[in-house]
Design a binder for this molecule. Sequence first.
Ligand code: PFF
Length: 447
Amino acid sequence: MNQSRENWGSRMGFIMAAAGSAVGLGNIWRFPYMAGANGGSAFILIYLVFVFIIGLSVMIAEFAVGRRTSLAAVGAYKHYSKRWTFAGVLGVVSAFFIMGFYPVVGGWALAYVFKSLTGLLSNAGAIGDVFGGFITNPIEPLAWMGVFLLMNVVIVAKGIAGGIEKAGKVLMPTLFVLLILIAVRSVTLPGAGAGLAFLFQPDFSEVTGQTFLAALGQAFFSLSLGMGCMITYGSYLSKEEKLPNNALIVTALDTGVALLAGIAIFPALFAFGMEPAAGPGLVFVVVPSIFAQMGGIGTLFAAIFFVALTVAALTSSVSLMEVVAAYLIDQKQMERKKAVYSTGFIMVITGILSSLSLGIMSGFTILGVGVFDFFDILTDKIFLAIGGMLLAIFVGWVVKKEDLEDELTNGGTLTFGLFNIWYNVVKYVIPVAVAVVAVLGIMDIAQ
Ligand code: PFF
């Protein structure tokens, strides 16, 4: 094994960094609007089942492969079988594509910290127009995206323990506290009960094949799975750590934050009589509107909310950038700084195209959608699910069972035959389940 490899400085540091990767725009920006658009509670229930059966197992599998090989995604696959290199490369491509739109939204979040403080909320009726005008502007969002990407480059260039871990340790707890504050404010509004009912009383009448695919894609996206991110983070993990326990903690934290974001948004949304199916603008339009109606204190809450969103986005995007950088470092023998700077440079270009596709470049489409949507839909609906399925097949059928047992148990045994349960879920259940959900979902979309 590779003795000189960097390691996480501490257990807490690893958990915070891995949870930092998982908890991001996926939880606070995407989860609420996906739940809103897919009927609320039924979507959430399906999502939870996918998270704890498929997601948790895949996360353990990614950690195991990463730590076993001490290599990032591509190297880890290659280590076992050259024929599987493509699966690792698909992961790097996914990371790169997600970074095609993620920094754009990260930039919006950053901009909204300042917009909230400087008067966005003073005219509640104009908030929707402000958002529409802002994201279609050819210059302003580009500048914020640039600042956001620069923060990523600075953190990732510093390396694992020095950069990503330090940032995660400070920023993640801040995020929890901020969200709890907002959730408490939201559920104590008069009329908040309808929002809680929307979130927690299952109504299966609107469930279709697409709902399942959306929930599966959301589960992979939110847990940072299916593209080698957790393989890469696992590769820096010390041999003493218990992989299943760490995976369970990260999954629980990620799910907790998504639900907390739902509880922060929907009760207030219903209390003010707004539309749950507001789409990607939900956070940026509805949340400031909600806060605007609270008067002076609302300005402060809104700013706090967008700090939390920026923080969450940043600790995730550094992990995406790390996947691409680690590939260049491990496979192309590039020096870290050089790998990060060149990755950052290309991401500025994809980010610009993506941001402009919402405004002046909206006429330019790839397969019928703009650049932003192309990156988003391709990764969320297709690449991550395929990546997760490939990983499960790889771990179930290519990696030696003894190696896996050794990694999962740290050379001992797991109680209640848990190892065998996990192994069979990964080997048989996940490949079949993902294939069925993908086929049904795509057939449903094609109709
Ligand atoms: N999990 C992140 C989020 O929920 O925003 C996004 C993400 C990060 C996806 C890292 C994939 C990944 F590898």
